[in-house]
Write a protein that binds this ligand. Sequence first.
Ligand code: N0T
Length: 522
Amino acid sequence: FVAFSATAQSPANLPHLQKQGNATQLIVAGKPFLMLGGELGNSSASDMSYMKSVWPKLQQMHVNTVLTPVYWELLEPKEGKFDFTLVDELIRDARAHQIKLVLLWFGSWKNSMSCYVPDWVKTDTKRFPRAQNKAGQGQEILTPFDKNNLDADVKAFSALMRHIRDTDERQQTVIMIQVENEIGMLPDARDHSPVANEAFRQLVPKTLLQYLQTNKTTLAPAVLEAWKNAGYKTSGSWDDVFGKSLATDEIFIAWHFAQYANRVTEAGKAIYALPMFVNAALNRPNVKPGDYPSGGPLPHIIDIWKAGAPALDFLSPDFYNPDFKHWNDLYKRQDNPLFIPEIKFEPSVAPKAFYTLGHYDGMGFSPFSIESTDKPGEEPLAKSYSVLDQLSPVILASQGKRLMDGFLFDKKTTTDTVRLGDYTFLVKHDYTLGWSPKAKDEEWPMTGGLIIQTAPDEFTVAGTGVVITFSSDKPEAPIAGIVRVDEGKYVDGKWQPGRRLNGDQDHQGRHVRIPVGEYGIQ
Ligand code: N0T
């Protein structure tokens, strides 16, 4: 147990999460903060001279938050001898560019593997035992069942958090922490090392069984199905309670990964209580646990993580696969705000950023390998982030209050309906107008945006490639028309109108439109 020291700030003054209506927001320096993020490629933050050319790129893209690894192997090259040079330089350079940091703790696990553990851990498999496959072969994965592994990670992570507290508590450049990276077991659904097998024969912990009973009506599908098929037992071994199956193996390993991550998180927060989360590599349908990294914080077993790692503030999806809406719907819950720490950096991130923040009240959005572009200023993301940066005070004031919604379109999903105030908005992909020659193309670029009610009869629309018509929900007023449409900018949160858009620009009063390729606010 570590008591708060007399000089420590109360957690309320540190970056923390706070509810606004049914949204959860990140509060930084006493105010809500919208993370227009980008995650660095894995090796970029290991050399600050390499980063010199990266910072200006981030600024050109209006990135206000960088997600960057901190590498255990470089932090503690010799046991107990910590080298904070990289972390210090990182914080210094981020400050110089007015960019906030979310640190990714590349500790025990990184994409399942333990490639970031220091060499004194890697080479001493006796003291730091590995997970094993069914055949008893050791993997390059630390077993989560060993106390030496946990203690070593906790020690290093604690040293990191202590150093950040001591050097950054006043300026708060570091605003959040990701604990480990894409945890998951391979190549089998669970660890089969002797310690793991021993744990598998133990009784299912009471905390988990109690959680299952309390949350019986809302349990994630794989957990509910396994528990139900085994007869809703309230005690027994893992095989008793969940049945003998791969699903049970995954539930078991998920619980132990969650407990390990929870201990690391608790230790860090006891020293410096920043918000902390873990991320998941999403699985594909019809692939078996073990063929994908098994036991990560995935939707089909999310309750195991909620029960096993209560110290974590939320669980996050990494997107390298389709079905953006499907997965976001699963991660956005009353007990889990949506933050997207990684998404493949491609042109569609530009509309997806609007959708994430507008529809899901997202806390932030962050394409992966953000420094990989050669033309940062021309990136679609830069245009989105420029608009979102201007709008962020308005977005933040509207989250969780039923004043805002977002939309996302492609050739398959061309239309969405939004209700705000007394109006129904029919929002469509710009190409549904058929005005662009490209509307005949096989593929349509993804488009999207958001709409915010700023007064009873006033709405702000932002995004790219959308066209909006509207009707009134009042029975006595069947038609809703346009009084006026202005395009413009927000400067320091204040609206500054530019052109009055009328005539061809609003189809003589019939619609509001932001054509494909344009990014704007009206
Ligand atoms: C991500 C990234 C980085 C085509 C992959 C994604 C990052 C890690 N893993 O570049 O390694 O550190 O979190 C895994 C999903 C791969 C699916 C590929 C399908």
